[in-house]
Design a protein around this ligand. Structure first.
Ligand code: NFS
Ligand code: SF4
Length: 633
């Protein structure tokens, strides 16, 4: 097979797909083929099924075919409404995740399954939110902070608290645009209301509503997800791990942890280390219990425990094809319903745990946070007891696995930067060294490469090509989500990769002792990027949009990615997309996203499905921003 024809950059995937064919297992690539050509109306965003007078498909071409839906909605209105609904759905997913963590923090106790692991971070947040700390028990403080957090979802008056963390000029822009987010649930409801039949029919106004909703994610729900997870589960520190399906163990019970919410995965980590469960594993003849993570849950547990990474989003079916996974344990988001038929071809149990994401044909064992450890033990026990049921003739573990360093929280990044601070001149504990090398041009810029996989692209090819080209051009890369796992698999999260970097970035990596591509966590942890960028902007006395910084989603697929992309642009950072969003049916709306929005936020969207051209566009934009920044400083 020629290289370009391979479905993935990773050759083991093609081996596993052959195995699937031989064993008669249907995978996403078979279904993609059966889909044939995608619907052109849907692809361009001009299909509306918001009311029952429709569905209406209007023509994406001006002056040709139906120009308006039955109610009179134009292509501009329909495209803008569909886009806004994607943003609202993405915001709801990240924010509902945060709400669950807030509830977990509210039930944390000294002797329970959930404790307070980072008291310093809790106290700092309590101070920021004006929660009294003096003379109080840390758990009382935690419970009150959790209550304040929960009120951010539905408070009737005022605006969210976290946007005040943004640089002052950015906050002013939001005020002027009237997009300072109010309560998180309210912003999501407003999009649903304004997009319903007979409401907003003005593309730019629709976009502003969507921008405010996206900000309630980036500077609301997602940021809360990160902060509260760090407080309850611990702020990540750098640690070594391994990535790819080669981390599966032939002689151990393999559990694939897949989904998003760390309150389940943290409890599973505890349960898998419980003496009673380890004893049970020995009794069934296994040498131990091997946890392997996938998608954002994989990022959460590798950041905090060094749990190995099985792979990215698109490898979820392939992992099962190895024949050695006793259970796939999932909670919410990015879980293929096809795991039911795929696991049924092997001995693997597909265990759903959340009432928010039950899947037909899966074994549902509900996870209860109140009895977290017992609940997790019941789930892990199912996996252990399944060890003896493997079908020996179906086993194939690919050899491939790669060393990686994960776990760079903002605090960990700052700690690394402290290595080069001369404490007689500068205070420790800031991002000043990063600001200095950016200003001096030792680093030309920084890029956040994030997001999913998508069978519209060759898996991981765009992620890795873009990362390699950027680091070779002295652009430091931070990464989250499935992009981070692709980087781990390709060896870019290791110090060995420093040799692929340009001279400037090499020098920085050696002095600060970091890899050239830095793992910042899960997708809610994109807020760690917002924090670093804002801190650098504050230090330089400029706004985010003045910095040579870009956001990139080379292979995105989820509504969550749309929500992220919009809050990143609204925060003043350009976003480069490698998959075209469904907006091209409206020239007007496409023009707003790729041009006019810059007049509002100082940043815009760029789209190109060719990763090399996309990277050239980033490098050009970075240099353009550098020239303007020099004049400003
Ligand atoms: Ni992000 Fe998590 Fe991966 Fe995409 Fe899905 S895991 S929240 S959406 S596929 S990066
Ligand atoms: Fe058609 Fe308008 Fe109803 Fe949409 S809202 S389905 S465009 S009539």
């Amino acid at each position: 097979m020629s290289e370009e024809k391979m479905i993935s950059l990773d050759s083991i995937d093609d081996q596993l797909i052959k195995k699937a064919e031989a064993e008669g297992v249907e995978t996403m690539w078979d279904r993609k083929k059966a889909m044939k050509t995608p619907c052109g109306f849907g692809e361009q965003g001009v299909c509306c099924r918001i009311c029952a007078m429709g569905p209406c498909r209007v023509s994406p071409v001006e002056g040709k075919g139906a120009q308006r839906g039955i109610c009179g909605a134009t292509a501009d209105t329909i495209v803008a409404r569909n886009f806004a609904r994607m943003v609202a759905a993405g915001t709801s997913a990240h924010s509902d995740h945060a709400r669950d963590i807030a509830h977990v923090m509210h039930m944390a106790s000294r002797d329970g399954a959930y404790n307070i692991k980072d008291e310093k971070k809790l106290l700092a947040l309590a101070e920021e939110w004006e929660v009294k700390t003096e003379g109080r028990d840390i758990y009382d403080i935690a419970h009150e902070v959790a209550e304040v957090a929960l009120n951010e979802f539905g408070k009737p008056f005022g605006t969210l608290r976290f946007p005040k963390r943004a640089p002052a000029p950015r906050q002013k822009i939001w005020e002027e645009l009237d997009i300072v987010p109010r309560a998180i649930d309210r912003e999501i409801a407003t999009v649903m209301h304004s997009t319903s039949i007979g409401c907003t029919a003005d593309a730019e106004s629709m976009l502003r509503i969507a921008m405010r909703t996206s900000l309630s994610n980036g500077w609301g729900g997602s940021m809360m997800g990160t902060e509260l997870s760090d407080i309850v589960f611990g702020t990540p520190t750098p640690r070594m791990t391994e990535a790819n399906l080669g981390v599966l163990e032939e002689n151990q019970v393999n559990i694939l942890l897949h989904g998003h919410d760390p309150s389940l995965s943290e409890a599973v980590v505890l349960a898998a280390n419980d003496p009673e469960i380890i004893k049970l594993a020995e009794e069934v003849g296994a040498e131990g219990i091997n946890l392997a993570g996938m998608c954002c849950t994989g990022n959460e547990v590798t950041m905090r425990h060094g749990v190995k990474i099985a792979g990215t989003f698109y490898q979820q079916e392939l992992a099962v094809l190895t024949g050695v996974i006793e259970a796939v344990i999932v909670d919410v988001q990015c879980i293929f319903p096809s795991l039911t038929p795929v696991t049924s071809c092997y001995h693997t149990k597909f265990i759903t745990t959340s009432p928010k994401a039950k899947v037909e044909g899966a074994t549902h064992i509900e996870f209860h946070e109140v009895t977290a450890l017992e609940s997790a033990k019941a789930i892990v026990r199912e996996a252990v007891l399944n060890y003896g049921n493997r079908k020996k003739e179906k086993i194939f573990i690919p050899e491939s696995k790669t060393q990686a360093i994960t776990g760079y929280s903002v605090e960990a990044v700052v700690k690394q930067l402290d290595r080069v601070v001369n404490s007689h001149i500068d205070p420790q504990g800031t991002v000043k060294p990063l600001a200095d090398v950016l200003k001096a041009g030792v680093l030309r810029g920084a890029a956040g490469i994030v997001g999913c996989n998508n069978p519209k692209t060759r898996h991981e090819y765009s992620h890795i090509e873009i990362m390699k080209k950027l680091i070779a051009n002295d652009v430091i890369v931070v990464t989250t989500g499935c992009a981070a796992q692709a980087a781990a698999k390709a060896g870019l999260l290791s110090k060995d990769a420093v040799k692929l970097a340009g001279k400037g970035l090499q020098a920085v990596c050696e002095l600060v002792d970091i890899p050239p591509v830095i793992h910042l966590g899960s997708c809610v942890d994109n807020t760690r990027i917002l924090k670093i960028v804002s801190a650098v902007a504050d230090l330089m006395g400029v706004d985010n949009c003045d910095l040579p910084v870009v956001g990139v989603a080379p292979e995105w697929m989820s509504e969550k990615a749309v929500g992220i992309g919009l809050y990143v642009v609204s925060s003043g950072i350009d976003v480069f997309l490698g998959v075209t969003p469904p907006v091209t049916g409206s020239k007007h709306f496409t023009d707003i996203l790729t041009n006019k929005i810059e007049d509002m936020t100082g940043a815009k969207f760029f789209v190109n499905t060719n990763p090399h051209e996309l990277t050239d566009m980033m490098l050009a934009r970075i240099e353009e921003k550098r020239t303007k920044l020099e004049q400003k400083l």
